[in-house]
Design a protein. Sequence first.
Length: 242
Amino acid sequence: MKVNRAEQLLEELRQLIGVYAHQHFQPIPARLVVQPGGGYFQVDGPIPLYGHGPHAAVIGDVVHNLRSSLDHLAWQLVEANDGTPSDKPGEQTAFPIRDVRRKELRIHGGVDPRALKVIDDLQPYNVLPESPTDADLWHLHRLDIVDKHHGLLLAPVRHEAVMWGTPGVYEGQLVVERFVDDGADYRFVPDRPTDTGARAETSLLVALGPGLPGERLPVVTRLRELLALVRDDICTQLFSFL
C-alpha cells in the first residue's frame, strides 16, 4: 500500500508540475544569440523556480512512502520468520541501508538468512567501482533524511537549449510547445519571420536542487527510478520470504 501510494503521489506530482509550468512559463520574452558552433538565450527578467511551487512537499511524500515501505517490509520479514520486531531505541526493526560495511548486517528480531543475504547484496557498499553514495538505494535513504529533518526537497528549474542557423541576434519569445513530466519544452518564436534558418528549442526541467543526492537529475524521472527499485528490484525478491 505504501508503494502504491507513492505511485499515486508521483502522478499527482507530475500533474502539479504541469499546472505550475502552465501558470508561470508562457510566454517568455527572450533574445536568441546564434554563434558559430552554438549560441545562448538572453531572457528578460528572472525565471521563477519550480521549487517554490505547491508540488515541493509532494516530492518528499513520494520519497518517504518508498523509504517507509522498506521498513514495513523488514518488520513483516521478522514476523514471517517467527521473530519479534522491536521499536525500542537503538533496537528498532528497520530496513538497513549502509554505504560502508562496518559489521555483519542484521535486522533486529531476525529474518530468514536467505532474505538477509538478498538485503546484504542490495546494500550501497556493494556498488563498486562506483561510489556507494551514487547508488539508487543510498539516494532514497538520504533524500528521506533531508526531507524529514532538513527541509523541503526543492527542485529548481534547469535550462537546456539547442539552437542553430545563421549567426546573429533575434528578438522574440519562448512559447510552450508541450508539457513533459519534468517541465515544459519551448520553442523560440522570432518577432518577425526570418529566412536565415535561425531556430532554437529549449527545455525547462524540474531537477533536484544543489546539495541533494542526484542533484540536477529530473525529479519525476528520478523518482520513477526509485519507485522501480523498491517495487521491482527489492519487493519482488523479498516477498517470497513473507
